[in-house]
Design a binder for this molecule. Structure first.
Ligand SMILES: Cc1ncc(COP(=O)(O)O)c(C=O)c1O
Length: 390
């Protein structure tokens, strides 16, 4: 099995991505990718041609981009209003405040943190840097591939090793494939689209062994869905001096997909290198930063969102399992499972019912990835699903 998915590819497969739509930063480039695309196992059987600006408002349940269906924290909303009075100021103090909060919790120094408008910017910066001059980026099949496709476009070779049978990154296989031409290892934990996680002790041991030879990039976009007690604390590896890059986003549990806020945790030298490929930290607005600080401090809201997500995820997993579907156990805010009809027919009918989902083929097997919405939305999803699959 092999292949990678990006938000871009998922959206394109569902017909929600056309040139000019701001759902991906690199839409026009990918819409007509000059080189053979790095999409080996999944086939894009299907593409809507109609305009997403027409399609999106018709959705009753928007379950296609792993957004937070509950919205942003009420405290973040208040902060947004307060920020209006500071819109004339550059955000010096706010950057310092948020970095100090993050650094304290992660056990690193503020100089180990670089802010960005969403984690995509960190992914793209790493792709640009590590692709320079060629070489290989080592990863797994069936993972998020924004970074991988970008790196390939700029000269890197992507080596994606098969996942384990239970849809996890095969760390021993990755270790065994570290060769002199490998420039970076890319891991997503929890992984998108499978929702699977790597046991923390295994991941830490892997980083300690591999990072002294080659930089390890851990995309932790969905880390906030871990129960706090189980959350990996890889910041300590950064403070040990390991060459690891952690990418985080406020787009998921904090609900900032539209507000745009993310950050990287890494060695200061590495951040300096990556910074050169970005538009700089001031690409993040004071509005977003102030809301981000309020949201970060609002642990009750995060706990509420995590609990609601788990409830709706469990409900959907059980409903699908009861129908005989094999759902991949997910630790994130989306679920992946094989379906028994063609992706195009399935997706068309779901969208016609007002339910936005993602579909892809993997090694000839059609899959549905559904983001976890509210309980009402998941009930609507199940209702439509039952009608569509008969
Ligand atoms: C695994 C993964 N990494 C990174 C991102 C980028 O998110 P953002 O740029 O909104 O922070 C996403 C978005 O869905 C994702 O799924």
């Amino acid at each position: 099995m092999s292949s990678q998915l990006t938000r871009r590819d998922w959206l394109r497969a569902s017909g929600l991505l056309t040139a000019g739509l701001g759902l991906s930063r690199f839409t026009p480039a990918t819409a007509s990718r000059p080189n053979a695309p790095f999409v080996s196992g999944f086939t894009n059987e299907f593409a809507f041609t109609d305009d997403p600006f027409d399609k999106m408002p018709k959705l009753r349940a928007r379950l296609l981009a792993n957004e937070n269906p509950l919205g942003i924290s009420p405290n973040a909303k208040e902060a947004l209003v307060k920020a209006a009075d500071l819109g004339n100021r550059y955000a010096w103090m706010e950057f310092a405040q948020l970095k100090t909060l993050l650094a304290t919790d992660e056990g690193v120094k503020p100089t180990n943190i670089m802010m960005s408008p969403g984690s995509s910017d960190i992914l793209m910066a790493a792709a640009d840097h590590f692709a320079k001059g060629g070489g290989t980026i080592l990863t797994s099949t069936m993972t998020y591939d924004d970074l991988l496709q970008r790196a390939e476009k700029f000269g890197a070779k992507i080596k994606a090793l098969p996942m384990t049978k239970d849809y996890k990154f095969d760390l021993p296989a990755i270790k065994a494939n570290i060769t002199p031409d490998v420039k970076m290892v890319y891991i997503v934990n929890p992984n998108n689209p499978t929702g699977t996680i790597i046991p923390t002790a295994e991941l830490e041991a892997f980083i300690r062994e591999v990072a002294p030879k080659v930089p390890v990039f851990i995309d932790e976009a969905y880390i906030d869905f871990f129960e706090p007690a189980e959350r990996p604390k890889l910041g300590k590896l950064v403070s040990e001096g390991q060459n690891v890059i952690l990418a985080r986003t406020f787009s998921k549990i904090h609900g900032f997909a539209g507000l745009r806020l993310g950050y990287a945790i890494a060695q200061p030298e590495m951040l300096k290198t990556l910074h050169a490929y970005t538009n700089g930290e001031f690409a993040v607005s004071i509005t977003t930063l102030m809301a981000g600080i309020a949201s970060y401090k609002d642990v009750d809201w995060q706990n509420h969102c995590r609990a609601e997500n788990a409830k709706a995820r469990n409900y959907t997993t059980k409903a699908l399992t009861d129908m005989g579907y094999e759902v991949i156990p997910s630790s994130a805010n989306f679920i992946l499972f094989p379906i028994r009809m063609k992706t195009s027919a399935f997706s068309n009918q779901m969208f016609a019912n007002g339910i936005g989902i993602q579909t892809r083929d993997f090694n000839g097997q059609p899959y549905c990835r559904v983001s976890v919405g509210t309980m009402d939305e998941m009930a609507m999803f199940m209702d439509s699903f039952k009608k569509v699959v008969g």
